[in-house]
Design a protein around this ligand. Structure first.
Ligand code: HEC
Length: 172
């Protein structure tokens, strides 16, 4: 079994309920995407907002992933003037990571923010973020990708993550 990036899946999180995805998200946050440079090492905020209320801003992990995928400009381009369930005005400055991070990295860094800074339950979060199957549920987990799916016309905040990420993915 291999990870998304082709490296060997070591199963280091086995028994830990997928804790390795949170650890992967921390690595993305600090080292890969340098989210900490704008949001602070403890998620306390800086150039960008702090994350103590991030699970209120985005009640759904999928919406949180969409925001990080598209960034401020992506939302503006889709015709939105606000983001999140709390309709925060877009002040600009949040980069889009849909073309630089894999879908797994995006989900992991979002799960990390929700658990570590937002106080969300780890197991629920991993399921909500599509990183673990729902308890007693077969088939598609939320956030499961559907390759080739087009974002709905008109954009706004209903653009699907999988469609958005596919649209932004570098041609390879
Ligand atoms: C260059 C600075 C910068 C970097 C790097 C950055 N952000 Fe942001 N982020 C911002 C700014 C500025 C905003 C507010 C954007 C707006 O109002 O349009 C924001 C907003 C957010 C929000 C909304 C939080 C809320 O409750 O309002 C989330 C979530 C977020 N960023 C996640 C991330 C993640 C995850 C990364 C790394 C993958 C990241 N950011 C990297 C600047 C940055």
């Amino acid at each position: 079994m291999v990870n998304c990036d082709g490296t060997e899946f070591t199963g280091s999180g086995a028994g830990g309920g997928g804790a390795d995805f949170v650890a992967m998200g921390e690595d993305v946050y600090q080292n890969v995407a340098n989210c900490d440079g704008c949001h602070g090492a403890q998620g306390q905020g800086g150039v960008g907002p702090g994350f103590s209320g991030v699970v209120t801003t985005f009640g759904s992990c999928v919406d949180h992933i969409e925001w990080v995928t598209l960034g401020s400009q992506g939302f503006l381009d889709a015709g939105a003037s606000t983001y999140g369930d709390t309709n925060k005005p877009i002040a600009e400055g949040m980069p889009q990571f849909g073309s630089t991070l894999t879908e797994e990295q995006l989900a992991a860094v979002v799960a990390f923010e929700r658990v570590r800074f937002g106080g969300a339950d780890p197991a629920e979060t991993l399921t909500d973020c599509g990183l673990a199957p729902a308890e007693g549920e077969e088939g598609e987990a939320p956030g499961e990708t559907t390759p080739g799916e087009e974002p709905p016309a008109g954009g706004e905040t209903t653009t699907t993550v999988s469609g958005a990420a596919a649209a932004l993915a570098p041609a390879s």
